[in-house]
Design a protein around this ligand. Structure first.
Ligand code: MIG
Length: 854
């Protein structure tokens, strides 16, 4: 513990919790020398319908299963022990692939069309090869795999050019090669780049070597460790304090395929309600409903879009979960109705610690039914959290989860729309480790095994609350902690970050790795939680914050004001707290998110179907470009927009790397750049460098006060055409599960360049949703002046402004200065719309080049 850390803490946190800031349970290091000593030998082999079973020396056994053509599961267990799987796994419909087995004196090989798993017998060791016989990954034979003092471990060979990604929520660089990581869900208030244990455990990573990617998921919930070439350039290893040695191996070679497999294995996020992907405003320390109403009113007055407000612990009665405090509001239902009328949804915090307090219904019901986690002697475990002495629901038990789900009634009945699960490490104040003793019991598990899954099981229950109490409404559950697979139930925010440039810089690679760990819906407190940002930092953070999947401004109640240390009243962290210029910048960027809503929402639909990240590290799309491997401060927002936030104090420009093989268009100026180079972009305080991948269509719409304010009547197809572009647009009601019964529309737009003209078609594949769409505005960027626009015999009329285009069907306008054509196409246009140009852009470009060469 350091004095500096203590000073940063809000004074209201009990002194005892301060002790624990950097202090979790002592690490149980692996004895490498002991691991090296022991070698498992294959003693016999049995072919089974999904792979092979081996008898190993020292009373061990192994089962190598083929789960799909490119996924294998490896487990090594004690003889007689039964194989378990954790709650991460959801995969149900994989079929065992056909495979061949071949045995020699020294090896056993099992091969599908995609991979070969080659097992060495003396000693036991595994190699994964692709269908051409290239080694993708292999055990390190000096150390091998097995158990040391009860700790399951696996050593793998690596070479200097191998990169590692994933590992859930980690502070530090994007590429984790060279890092020493741990997973033990931890209340990491005010974490920094050196904080080893953050809030979330996702024991999944991706290795990328020779442009080929594989994934490993270590299905073990105990505290685990990852030494990724941190001790040697030649090997990496991972191990856990306890539990079984079993892991899944998935071969790509594309990162996208690895992530798809992982998402099938552990599930995908649900389609979110649209309001949840709008802007959220929060602060710990909005003490009354009136205060929050004032904030909402200000948003509306200033015409800054807003979709959600968060009710932190001050909404409760003495921190009793699922209650309303009279000081907060005497009429919670009226308050929520007021919000609803303003188009704002509310998200209420939920803490798992239940106050020991006879007469408090949660305590009484839970006690009467033995719902609490217990000490070894069977008595309820009591720990101190916000309400004082508290007991904790045993979320490992289904009946407890059902009861907890049902208990959301007091919150949901009053009109709350979403749930925010906090403190679910589970955090307690009065132990040096900040969490419960390891021998507290959850179901038939000890806390040591359950710890990293506590939030996962809790989220299961919160998700169920929606099923029971808000049937047909899409759930929104926000959580501070996760285990692998929690994306099925919840959205992640990355806990108590800090209002500092370093903390903002950490957020980008952190989100990128969370995204590669199966969790697309992730965000960080915009502006930083602990302390307060300077106006400049807030401006830069909101510019970037509108391009992260979950976009919420949130701040600590007890922080000092960094830009005015003498301030008496600590203001909230709203966009208008930092002067006019920053307010304007905030508004511009928040509006930008709302303009991109059709694009963003569709990116989320894809995420919910395939696990495709919404925030994508560059390597996700560009793994054949090695320059992307170590990029920390850039990402793709959806598949078409490249975001390069300014993350250095005082900077007025930044370098941007544009991946190879594409042309990139500056979103603000239209300037085109070839990929495969680093450019320097001017970026005054109001500019976030943003680029579009040429060839893509980005659907936009008009700005709204909130996502449900105005029906979508006009869809703008912002197009950066090369030869061909296409986009499939899905529309539904944005809030119910009706789309599951087919109530949605699916339309594909196609654009083709044919010499001197461009052809546009739209085809509706599904049309079961009652849409308000009337027109498309086809916006063709960086094109010559059109000569005419025509659909069969209908001639489109040239008009004088984009506004006129917007108002009149079958019209077009050419903005000469920006070289942009706008065409208003009625949605029921069934004919090809042809845009004829005076000259053909491509020949012209070629000519231009030829001239430049003279
Ligand atoms: O001990 O509910 O990370 O977002 O505002 C602090 C009060 C408890 C921690 C969360 C933070 C929240 C705060 N909570």
């Amino acid at each position: 513990m350091t004095v500096a850390t203590t000073l940063l803490l809000p004074s209201v946190i009990p002194e005892s919790s301060v002790l624990a800031v950097a202090d979790t349970y002592p690490e149980k290091e692996l004895d490498k020398a002991a691991a090296m000593q022991q070698k498992l030998m294959v003693q016999s082999v049995e072919a089974v319908n999904n792979g092979v079973k081996l008898v190993l020396s020292d009373n061990y056994k192994a089962h190598i299963k083929l789960k799909t053509e490119d996924v294998a599961k490896i487990s090594i267990l004690k003889q007689g022990e039964e194989e378990k799987q954790t709650a991460a796994i959801t995969e149900t419909n994989w079929d065992t692939p056909s495979f061949e087995m071949e045995e020699t004196e020294d090896t056993i090989s099992i091969s599908t069309d995609e991979i070969t798993v080659k097992i060495n017998k003396q000693p036991f060791g595994i190699k994964f090869l692709d269908s051409e016989g290239n080694i993708i990954n292999q055990d390190n034979m000096d150390y091998g795999a097995g158990y040391e003092d009860g700790k399951p471990y696996v050593f793998k060979d690596t070479t200097n050019d191998e990169a590692f990604y994933g590992f859930g929520e980690q502070a530090g660089d994007f590429n984790r090669r060279g890092d020493s990581m741990g997973m033990w869900n931890n209340d990491a208030y005010n974490y920094n780049k050196d904080t080893k244990y953050l809030y979330t455990t996702i024991p999944f990573f991706i290795g990328l070597k020779d442009e080929k990617a594989y994934g490993i998921f270590f299905d073990n919930s105990n505290r685990s460790y990852y030494e990724m070439a941190s001790e040697s350039d030649d090997y990496y290893y991972f191990y856990a304090n306890d539990g079984q040695l079993s892991y899944y191996f998935a071969y790509g070679p594309d990162i996208q395929d690895v992530l798809t497999r992982y998402s099938q294995l552990t599930g995908t996020m649900q389609r979110p309600p649209k309001w949840a992907i709008g802007l959220h405003q929060s602060k710990w320390g909005y003490e009354t409903a009136d205060e929050i109403k004032g904030i909402v009113e200000k948003y509306r007055e200033k015409d800054i879009p807003l979709d959600g407000v968060h009710l932190d612990i001050d909404h409760m009665d003495g921190y009793r979960n699922f209650t309303w405090g009279e000081d907060f509001t005497e009429d919670p239902a009226a308050f929520n109705q007021w919000l609803e009328d303003k188009g704002v949804s509310s998200v209420a915090v939920s803490d798992p610690g239940i106050k020991v307090d006879e007469g408090y219904y949660m305590y009484d019901e839970g006690t009467a039914n033995d719902y609490w986690a217990t000490n070894p002697d069977g008595s309820p475990y009591i720990g101190e959290v916000w309400p004082g002495d508290s007991v904790f629901p045993d979320f490992a038990e289904e009946n407890v989860r059902d009861w907890w789900a049902e208990s959301h009634r007091t919150i949901f009945d009053a009109g709350v729309d979403g749930i925010w699960n906090d403190m679910n490490e589970p955090a307690v104040f009065d132990t040096p480790t900040k969490t419960q003793p390891l021998d507290v019991k959850y179901g038939d598990m000890l806390h040591s095994e359950f710890h990293n899954m506590f939030a996962h099981y809790e989220a299961m229950s919160s998700d169920k609350a929606f099923d029971i109490l808000k049937p047909n409404k899409r759930p929104f559950v926000l959580t501070r902690d996760m285990y692998a697979g929690s994306q099925r139930y919840s959205t992640l925010w990355t806990g108590d970050n800090e209002s500092s440039w370093e903390s903002m810089r950490l957020a980008i690679p952190m989100n990128n790795n969370v995204s590669l760990s199966g969790v697309p819906f992730v965000g960080n407190d915009i502006g930083g939680f602990a302390k307060r940002p300077t106006p400049e930092l807030f401006a830069r953070w909101i510019e970037f914050g509108v391009f992260i999947p979950f976009s919420r401004i949130h701040a600590d109640n007890g922080s000092t004001v960094a830009f005015d240390p003498d301030a008496k009243d600590i203001p909230g962290q709203e966009p208008w707290q930092y002067g006019e210029e920053v307010e304007e910048i905030s508004k511009k960027y928040i509006e930008q998110r709302y303009k991109l809503m059709p694009y963003l929402y569709n990116a989320f639909i894809e995420a919910s179907e395939n696990g495709t990240p919404v925030q994508q590290p560059l390597v996700y799309q560009f793994q054949e470009d090695e320059n992307t491997y170590d990029i920390n401060q850039q990402f793709m927002f959806g598949s078409s927009l490249l975001v390069a936030p300014v993350v250095e104090e005082g900077a007025t420009s930044r370098d941007v790397y544009l991946p190879e093989g594409e042309t990139w268009v500056d979103y603000w100026t239209g300037e085109e750049h070839e990929g495969g180079q680093t450019i320097n972009r001017e970026a005054d305080l109001s500019t976030l460098p943003l680029y579009v991948k040429k060839g893509d269509i980005i659907p936009h719409r008009n700005v709204q006060k909130h996502t449900g304010e105005k029906p979508l009547e006009n869809l703008i197809l912002d197009t950066y055409l090369e030869d061909k572009s296409s986009y499939t647009f899905i529309e539904d009601d944005g809030e119910t599960e009706d789309y599951k019964n087919g109530e949605f529309n699916e339309t594909t737009f196609n654009l083709k360049r044919k010499g001197k003209h461009v052809e546009f078609t739209s085809k509706q594949k599904v049309s079961n949703y009652d849409s308000s769409l009337e027109t498309y505005t086809l916006k063709l960027n960086n094109e010559n002046m059109p000569r005419k626009v025509q659909a069969a015999s209908t001639k489109y009329k040239a008009v004088d402004s984009p506004e006129e285009v917007k108002q009149n069907e079958n019209t077009y306008y050419y903005d000469e200065e920006n070289e942009t054509t706008y065409v208003n196409i009625p949605v029921n246009e069934t004919k090809k719309v042809k845009i004829f140009f005076h000259s053909d852009k491509k020949t012209e470009k070629a000519k231009g080049k030829a001239e430049n060469n003279h």
